[in-house]
Design a protein around this ligand. Structure first.
Ligand SMILES: [Fe+2]
Length: 113
């Protein structure tokens, strides 16, 4: 799949996540950021953005596990992107191991080939 289309899809998901955040809908924002994480993993900047936003949501929720998990992922995520270690489908939250591949959402399968 064309990397430009994947990048455009990342931008769509991240923009939608920002709108959800602005509306105060943290659950929807987190769901959209998970999708942005799946799409953005190949690029250090977008990948780190996803973890930064998850960290902020974890902070707002006073979720210590999420905050700790995101601090680790924020430190390592950009490096893993740079090294090409990209667990397919990983949603990026602290509820899943950082390097565990996961099933892709059906509508992202073609974009992530
Ligand atoms: Fe990640």
């Amino acid at each position: 799949m064309d990397a430009d289309l994947r990048r455009q899809a990342f931008e769509r998901e991240s923009s939608a996540a920002k709108r959800a955040l602005a509306a105060g809908d943290l659950d929807e924002a987190f769901r959209l950021i998970e999708r942005a994480h799946i799409l953005g993993q190949p690029w250090a900047g977008p990948h780190s953005w996803a973890h930064w936003e998850m960290l902020k949501i974890g902070w707002r929720r006073r979720d210590a596990r999420e905050v700790r998990g995101q601090l680790v992922r924020l430190t390592a995520g950009g490096l893993l992107s740079w090294m090409g270690r990209l667990p397919v489908g990983n949603t990026g939250g602290a509820n899943v191991p950082a390097e565990q591949p996961m099933p892709l959402p059906d509508d992202l399968v073609d974009l992530c080939k």
